[in-house]
Design a protein around this ligand. Structure first.
Ligand code: ADP
Length: 392
C-alpha cells in the first residue's frame, strides 16, 4: 500500500476518531481547522490552522495533500472543486458536498430520483412563506403543524422549526430560503451508514435507532441494532445503497465515494422515508468502534483510499450516549463520575478533549455493549446518572 497524505477539512471529534485507524494502517492524516483548541489539535502533529470555509485556506492546504476529505460538510466547495480540477482526489466529490450543504437541493435530489421522502415545497423568503401558507390553509385543513427548515447552515436541530399556524409563521418564520415539509408522524428515527469506494464496492452497516432528547432536540441515545422488522431492515439498507449510488449522477459522477450516513424516518404506517444524509462519519456510528468488525472511521479511510471495504457485522448489541455539557456550566470541563464509569464492564467512554464545556455541547460519548438490547437499556440510566460534564 502506497503511503498517501490524507487531508481532512475540520479538526473536531469526528476527525479525532479517524486518527486511531489511521495509525493502524500507517496513513498520514492532516487536519485543517481554525480553532486551535479543537479536538484534533492536541493529538495530531499535522494540525494546520486555517478556515475550512475560506477558499484560499482550503486550496493552500489541499495542494499539499494526495487525497482530501471532510469531517464536517460546511466547507468551501469552490476550493474543493478547484482541487479536483487540479487532479487531486477529493472524496466525497465536491459536487455532492455542495448538494448536501443545501437541504433544498438535497430534497429535490430525492424527489428527482424517486427516493421516498416527505412532501415539501421550496420557499424563498418570509413573504412567500406567509403567502403560501395563507393560501394553502384555505383548501387544506390538515396543513399545520408543518416543518420549516433553513436551506443552509442549520445544524443539530437549529434551523428546524415547527409552525403551528399562519400567525406563528408571521412571528417566527425563517427569512432565508427554506423548505416547508410535511410533518411526518414519526414512529422511529433510524440511521444507516453506507460506504462506497472508487471501484464501486459498497458496504452497509445495519440500521441503528435514534432516541431523541425532546428538550434539546438532540440525539439522546441510540440503539444498535435498531428494533425494526426484517423487511424494514432490508428496505433501509436498500435505500442507503440507492442514495449513495445515485448521488452526483446528474453531474456525471457515477455514485458517491466515501462514507454516508442516511437518516431515515419510519412513520406510523411503517413507511420508510429519507430525511437527510451526512457524507462523513456520523454520531449514529460511534458504536462501530467497539461493536462492529470495522469501525465507521476505518471504513471512511478505506473508502476514500479505494481500499477493500471492511465487513460490517455487529459483534454485539450496543448503545451510544452523548455526553453533553450540563446546564449552567461554561468553562474548563470536569468529568464528574468518570472514574466510576471506568469501573463498569462493557462501558467505553470517549472524551473529545474540548477545552470548554457549554450547556448542551457534545463533549464526548459513551458506548455500552451487551448481549441484547434489554440488558443494555437497563444500564443506560445507571451510566447516565453516574457522569456529568461540569465546571469546578
Ligand atoms: P438537522 O440537520 O438540524 O439535524 P433534521 O432535518 O435532521 O435537522 O431535523 C432535526 C429533527 O427534527 C429530526 O431528527 C426530527 O426529529 C425532526 N424532523 C425533521 N424533519 C421532520 C419532518 N418532516 N417531520 C417530523 N419531524 C421532523
Amino acid at each position: 500500500m502506497e503511503q498517501k497524505k490524507v487531508g481532512i477539512l475540520g479538526g473536531g471529534q469526528l476527525g479525532r476518531m479517524l486518527i486511531s485507524p489511521a495509525i493502524d494502517l500507517d496513513i498520514e492524516l492532516h487536519f485543517l481547522e481554525n480553532d486551535s483548541d479543537a479536538p484534533c489539535s492536541a493529538v495530531s502533529k499535522n494540525f494546520h490552522k486555517g478556515d475550512i470555509t475560506n477558499e484560499q485556506d482550503v486550496l493552500g492546504f489541499g495542494r499539499q495533500m494526495d487525497v482530501i476529505s471532510i469531517e464536517i460538510e460546511k466547507v468551501s466547495a469552490d476550493a474543493l472543486e478547484q482541487l479536483e480540477k487540479e487532479g487531486k482526489k477529493v472524496f466525497p466529490q465536491p459536487a455532492i458536498i455542495r448538494l448536501i450543504q443545501d437541504k433544498r437541493l438535497q430534497k429535490q435530489f430525492y424527489k428527482d430520483n424517486h427516493i421516498p421522502t416527505s412532501d415539501f415545497v421550496l420557499i424563498d423568503n418570509k413573504e412567500e412563506l406567509i403567502k403560501y401558507l395563507t393560501e394553502k390553509t384555505k383548501s387544506d385543513s390538515n396543513l399545520f403543524p408543518i416543518v420549516q427548515k433553513l436551506g443552509k447552515d442549520g445544524y443539530d436541530g437549529k434551523g428546524v422549526q415547527i409552525l403551528k399556524n399562519v400567525e406563528d409563521a408571521k412571528q417566527n418564520g425563517f427569512e432565508a430560503p427554506s423548505l416547508l415539509e410535511e410533518k411526518v408522524d414519526i414512529e422511529k428515527e433510524i440511521s444507516v451508514i453506507v460506504a462506497r469506494n472508487e471501484k464501486g464496492e459498497i458496504a452497509v452497516f445495519d440500521a441503528v435507532e435514534m432516541v431523541v432528547n425532546e428538550k434539546y432536540n438532540l440525539l439522546d441515545y441510540l440503539l444498535a441494532p435498531a428494533q425494526i422488522t426484517e423487511s424494514q431492515k432490508e428496505e433501509s439498507i436498500r435505500l442507503a445503497k440507492e442514495v449513495i449510488e445515485k448521488l452526483g449522477n446528474k453531474e456525471g459522477i457515477n455514485g458517491m465515494v466515501g462514507l454516508l450516513a442516511v437518516e431515515l424516518f419510519i412513520d406510523k404506517k411503517g413507511n420508510i422515508l429519507v430525511n437527510e444524509v451526512a457524507p462523513r462519519p456520523h454520531n449514529s456510528g460511534h458504536h462501530t468502534i467497539e461493536a462492529s468488525t470495522t469501525s465507521q472511521y476505518a471504513q471512511h479511510l478505506r473508502s476514500i483510499l479505494n481500499l477493500p471495504l471492511g465487513k460490517t457485522t455487529l459483534r454485539s448489541s450496543a448503545a451510544i450516549l452523548n455526553l453533553i455539557g450540563e446546564e449552567n456550566h461554561t468553562g474548563k470541563p470536569f468529568y464528574e463520575g468518570l472514574d466510576k464509569l471506568l469501573d463498569l464492564e462493557n462501558v467505553y467512554p470517549h472524551i473529545y478533549g474540548k477545552k470548554i464545556t457549554k450547556p448542551a455541547r457534545k463533549m464526548g460519548h459513551i458506548t455500552i455493549l451487551g448481549n441484547d438490547v434489554d440488558s443494555i437499556k437497563e444500564k443506560i440510566d445507571k451510566v447516565k446518572s453516574s457522569i456529568r460534564v461540569i465546571t469546578k
